[in-house]
Design a protein around this ligand. Structure first.
Ligand code: GLU
Length: 463
């Protein structure tokens, strides 16, 4: 058996974190087995589906690198196929026309409710051997209902939740086609999973109630059943359902905030699954490990600090040239001037240790790319009469010293010793003159990056 999984989002908004985790697990499980991962867009809700939402899903998956092998398939393009299966089911007697009006159905449901029973359709139009159906009302378009088994139960061994059993008595004769012939949600999903030969359905546990209905339909059309795994939902740190209140819930807000996709993937992978104590792992490792064992049965809590911690880890690991490409546009937007300035990749390499996001990194790196404007009171405080001669001496050394960290560091120490000063007394005014601020990386590294010409020009301008 070749494993075939699918991600089947409804394009009604953005790709949210729960959806991204479902996509990641379906993708990784297919990869683990050398199988096929399919993207299916469930766009039959015409009022809520938009092309922008389809694009947002595709963008989100592309950012994460969750490449699908087949699709995207659009349900709206498969209407003929659904109609065909409805006709086949009518012919086979596993579905039937129902002429009860919406008001009549509501009255039936009300009667059941009044009798203390589960509200449902009463089977008026359900054909049974020896039963005479009512006369077909004129001018009324029927719906098509699925002939759900009356007795017995539906059971499956959920890949995440374990064995689940639902009595058929709980299940109604589901409408599978509306009066205008359009098919309904659970029916489309069942036909698609059958046609696409899906072997494993991984999805959010808000779909658990749909599963017995889909299984009954699949059985009725003679399909091989996939296995089902329902993932517990993602909660905010306060235990409430994850929502905007907890921060970004759309995946594409994360690149905008300066998160790397590998941090997000690593984080989502651990949100509902574990591999011993491993917290940091690559997607190659995840695909090798992810066999649906060690799935968590309880809801996961989203933790922004942990995601930020992972992001810091992956920023430190990242190639500096890649960081430069990510940071450059936002630095330009802040007015950065890159001509006659230190190489951005080298600057970011120096500054990436402590930042949690690319945005923080870009902000921090700005000090190398704007004209320094030290506040007058700071200059007055640090650029004192006692310090100026030492600065002048250092400027002189800078004119000829070998331009390396070691040589500059040695020159600084010599000047300090000659003038009886301590390191901060020289380093602070130097920082101010070079960058306009007191917080910078180590002064020798800053000097090396700016280069001789800029260092000399800025020191002379300040002295
Ligand atoms: N379209 C459904 C959703 O976005 C998922 C259906 C499924 O995975 O079976 O929630």
């Amino acid at each position: 058996m070749t494993v075939r999984t699918r991600f089947a989002p409804s394009p009604t908004g953005f790709l949210h974190l729960g959806g991204a985790r479902t996509a990641l697990y379906s993708w990784a499980f297919a990869r683990h087995h050398g199988g096929t991962f399919i993207l299916r867009i469930e766009d039959t809700d015409l009022e809520r589906s938009t092309p922008e939402a389809v694009q947002a899903i595709i963008d989100g998956m592309q950012w994460l690198g969750l490449q699908h092998d087949e699709g995207p398939f659009y349900q709206m393009q498969r209407m003929d196929r659904y109609r065909e299966v409805v006709q086949q089911m009518l012919a086979a007697g596993t579905a039937y026309y129902c002429y009860s009006s919406p008001d009549e159905v509501e009255a039936m449901r009300e009667r059941f409710r009044a009798a203390g029973e589960k509200p449902r359709y009463d089977g008026t139009w359900r054909p049974e051997p020896g039963k005479t159906l009512p006369p077909v009302p004129a001018d009324r378009k029927p719906v098509v209902r699925f002939k759900n088994p009356l007795d017995g139960e539906v059971s499956w061994n959920d890949l995440v939740k374990g064995p689940i059993t639902i009595s058929n008595k709980e299940l109604d004769d589901l409408v599978i086609a509306r009066p205008d012939g359009t098919p309904t949600y659970n029916f489309c999903v069942a036909v698609d999973d059958w046609d696409m030969r899906i072997t494993h359905v991984l999805r959010g546990d808000d779909h658990v109630n749909n599963t017995p209905r889909q299984i009954n339909i699949l059985r009725a059309i003679g399909a091989t059943l996939p296995e089902y795994g329902h993932l517990p939902m993602i909660l905010g740190a306060d235990g409430e359902k994850l929502s905007k209140r907890h921060g970004a819930v759309s995946v594409m807000e994360y690149p905008a905030q300066g998160f790397l996709p590998e941090a997000m993937l690593n984080y989502l992978a651990r949100l509902g699954w574990s591999h011993g104590d491993d917290e940091i792992f690559s997607m190659e490792q995840f695909c090798a490990w992810f066999d649906l064992s060690n799935m968590s049965r309880s809801a996961a809590q989203f933790n922004n600090e942990k995601l930020a911690w992972l992001n810091n880890h992956y920023i430190k690991q990242a190639d500096n040239a890649r960081l430069a490409e990510l940071a450059r546009p936002q630095m330009l937007a802040q007015g950065a001037v890159f001509e006659n300035a230190p190489e951005l990749a080298a600057v970011l390499g120096l500054m990436k240790e402590r930042v949690q996001t690319i945005n923080e990194l870009a902000d921090a790196a700005m000090l190398f790319y704007r004209t320094p404007q030290a506040p007058a009171e700071l200059l007055a405080q640090h650029l004192t009469v006692a310090v100026k001669p030492a600065l002048a001496a250092f400027a002189e050394r800078c004119a000829s010293v070998e331009w390396s960290k070691e040589a500059l560091s040695a020159a600084l120490k010599e000047v300090l010793a000659a003038h009886g000063l301590k390191m901060p007394q020289l380093a602070m005014p130097l920082r101010l003159l070079l960058t306009g601020q007191l917080q910078t990386p180590a002064i020798d590294a800053v000097l090396v990056l700016f280069g001789r010409a800029t260092v000399l020009a800025r020191m002379q301008a300040g002295l």
